[in-house]
Design a protein around this ligand. Structure first.
Ligand SMILES: NC(=O)c1ccc[n+]([C@@H]2O[C@H](COP(=O)([O-])OP(=O)(O)OC[C@H]3O[C@@H](n4cnc5c(N)ncnc54)[C@H](OP(=O)(O)O)[C@@H]3O)[C@@H](O)[C@H]2O)c1
Length: 339
């Protein structure tokens, strides 16, 4: 294929909150595919908070994105050229690409969608990494069991809203969310079926709110935000409590490492476990991924797993869309639709 491939590249590393000055859109040529690669025409780009870590020079758990290099991210699109036998021109795929019109991607990082069900965007939400993250965190890491009292931060967001619904499906007797603002808290309860939601932006002390909502203590804390909310949740753990660290978005804009919780002794007091996890560590295990996605499909068919989207339109919308993850102005799974 020939033509222009518009792509967002890293212009300068952020020093604090992310902004439009950190990115630049450049024109490149549509690349040729090599062996083991596919050229994907991007239909959707996913805005994932983890990308913020890769913009720093230490990169977090993946290599930092170099200055002037395309921004990496999850994409969904249609294969336009293929250098591998198992991915064909015309196939729909989701996986690892770049914030651009076309992604040149190793096929090992692409998952085909042979028989799309429902809305395509769902493959970047419930039927993709977000659903898998929530499932892996709730069932494998936190091991939620019937009778558990579960607390979830980022509860109005993509991962958190699914994690809360899955905790209920796992048999939790009380599921309490944490979100920013009264409107989001109302959605957590009314739309996602949590028993209650704590507004961490309210003036009331967060630990007091946790004690009020979970007087018997927290058996499982599923953490999306880190920082002071993590510390407060550790303070409320019950015996044999489990903390699953999914993300720490409250610290992603910070240039230096943030101090850890001051109350880790509470893990000793309550024989509690704390464990971080990454969905990327299971994506290569195709049988496990297939089993989890099959269960998610069943829940979707049963109407047991609600998902909401915040879809922005056009490649130009990317910088502002990405920034809204960090000021809380996104309203559901944040995607940019290109076509
Ligand atoms: N471990 C993994 O494999 C994995 C995979 C995917 C995502 N994640 C992590 O999961 C978390 C949620 O990701 P998502 O894609 O579902 O995003 P999301 O929750 O849909 O959107 C991000 C939300 O984070 C909240 N937030 C932003 N800054 C905050 C702060 N300083 N303190 C508290 N909350 C803040 C905002 O909600 P409020 O308006 O409620 O503040 C914002 O809407 C992130 O930490 C992400 O890195 C981890």
């Amino acid at each position: 294929m020939t033509g222009i491939n518009r792509q967002w590249v890293l212009k300068q590393r952020p020093n604090g909150p992310i902004g439009p000055d950190n990115f630049e859109m450049v024109d490149a040529l549509v690349p040729d595919v090599g062996p083991g690669q596919a050229l994907v025409e991007n239909l959707y780009l996913a805005m994932d908070p983890a990308i913020r870590n890769f913009l720093n020079d230490n990169g977090g758990y993946a290599a930092p994105i170099a200055i002037s290099a395309p921004i990496r991210g999850m994409i969904l699109g249609r294969v336009r050229a293929s250098g591998a036998a198992d991915i064909c021109v015309g196939d729909l795929v989701w996986g690892f690409g770049t914030w651009s019109d076309y992604s040149l991607a190793p096929v090992a990082g692409l998952i085909p969608i042979p028989h799309p069900q429902g809305d395509l965007a769902d493959y970047l939400h419930r039927r993709g990494t977000i659903g898998l993250t929530a499932h892996y965190g709730i069932f494998d890491i936190a091991q939620v069991k019937p009778g558990d009292q579960v607390l979830i931060s980022g509860a109005a967001g993509a991962v958190g809203s699914l994690a809360g619904q899955m905790a209920r499906l796992a048999g939790a007797t009380r599921v309490v969310g944490i979100a920013g603002g009264a409107r989001k808290c109302a959605r957590v309860v009314e739309d996602y079926g949590f028993d209650a939601c704590i507004d961490y932006k309210a003036e009331d002390d967060i630990s007091t709110q946790m004690r009020t909502q979970m007087p018997q203590g927290v058996d499982v804390y599923f953490d999306n935000v880190g920082g002071k909310i993590l510390e407060a949740a550790i303070g409320q753990l019950s015996d044999d409590g489990r903390v699953a660290i999914c993300g720490m978005i409250s610290g992603y804009d910070e240039r230096s490492a943030q101090p850890g919780p001051s109350n880790l002794w509470n893990l000793v007091v309550h024989s509690a476990l704390i464990r971080g996890f990454r969905v990327t560590s299971i994506l290569g295990n195709r049988p496990l991924v297939a089993a989890k996605l099959a269960q998610i499909d069943t829940w979707i068919d049963q109407g047991a797993l609600r998902a909401d989207y915040d879809v922005r339109h056009g490649l130009d919308a990317v910088p502002a869309a990405f920034a809204s993850l960090f000021d809380g102005s996104n309203d559901g799974r944040l995607l940019v639709q290109l076509r």
